[in-house]
Ligand binder design. Structure first.
Ligand code: G3P
Length: 275
């Protein structure tokens, strides 16, 4: 499974690349806002254009998703092309994130604009990452329209299942892949029992029909979720920096380090010195 970092913070992206485990970067408007807010606090004067260029250079050789902010087809296409032509020439690693459906709660009418935009960009050979995927059907349509990637939001489906039943939880709490019983009923959203289940169903669907579109398991909140999306065959997991750190953490590893350090034989250390 490929690992992307889900962040627009340059220092996190740089650090994660230095470990040799990264295969790409995903950003979205909320992540960009977090990065800009952090930057503003440092009082450093840096243009957003140069900041994004630095992200692309750091990720050289691996893909970076930049998202549109419009929601009408023509405007999304124009924004996507502008972003792509401005930033892709730097090191040719940009793909454009397009929401699957750009309608808002209670406001309908432009359900197909996401698909239309993906189709147009695909014909123009601009790679796309179709975002805000919450059903296998949305993923299927995005793949048919020519999306390079689809991003099912695992954590947010788990939030939704719990919120609808007034179950209290913290953002990083584990949600069982096989679903959760509540008052003797299995919680589900139109046949999806968890975020990991959503990812698994999309992976299966794409396998059955041989789609080349890659599945990016997104909105991952904890290490068990990362393990489970890997086990169901996600092509990519996009992971917040904090969760990447947690992937390495185990009490017994730390305890083992302490014991090995206590047991060091001084003569052995002299053998490890420059030779
Ligand atoms: O990749 C999508 C991700 O950034 C959303 O994560 O935790 O806000 O649901 P979250």
């Amino acid at each position: 499974m490929k690992i992307f970092v889900d962040s627009a913070k340059l220092h996190e992206i740089k650090e994660a690349y230095s470990f040799g485990i990264l295969d790409g970067v995903t950003t979205n408007p909320s992540l960009l806002k977090q990065a800009v807010t952090e930057l503003q606090k440092t009082n450093k004067k840096i243009s957003l254009e140069n900041y994004i260029k630095d992200i692309l250079l750091t990720a050289k050789g691996t893909p970076v998703s930049l998202e549109v902010t419009e929601y009408i087809n023509e405007k999304m296409v124009s924004q996507a092309k502008a972003l792509y032509h401005r930033f892709n020439p730097i090191v040719k690693n940009v793909n454009i994130k397009i929401p699957i459906n750009t309608t808002f709660p209670g406001k309908t009418g432009n359900e197909f604009d996401g698909l239309k935009t993906i189709k147009t960009l695909s014909e123009a050979k601009i790679p796309t990452n179709c975002t805000l995927i919450f059903t296998p059907e949305q993923a299927l349509l995005a793949a048919k329209a020519g999306a390079t990637y689809v991003s099912p939001f695992a954590g947010r489906i788990d939030d939704y299942l719990r919120k609808q039943h007034n179950i209290s939880f913290n953002k990083t709490d584990y949600y069982p892949a096989e679903g959760m019983l509540h008052k003797d009923k299995l919680l589900q959203d139109n046949g999806i029992v968890s975020g990991v289940d959503l990812v698994a169903q999309i992976v299966d669907l794409f396998d059955i029909y041989g789609y080349n579109t890659e599945v990016i398991a997104a909105s991952l909140r904890n290490t068990q979720q990362v393990r489970e999306v890997a086990m169901v065959g996600a092509d990519i997991a996009t992971i917040p920096f904090s969760v990447i750190k947690e992937l390495l953490t185990h009490y017994k590893t730390q305890e083992g380090m302490q014991k090995f350090t206590e047991d060091i034989v001084p003569e052995y250390v002299t053998l490890t010195q420059e030779y």
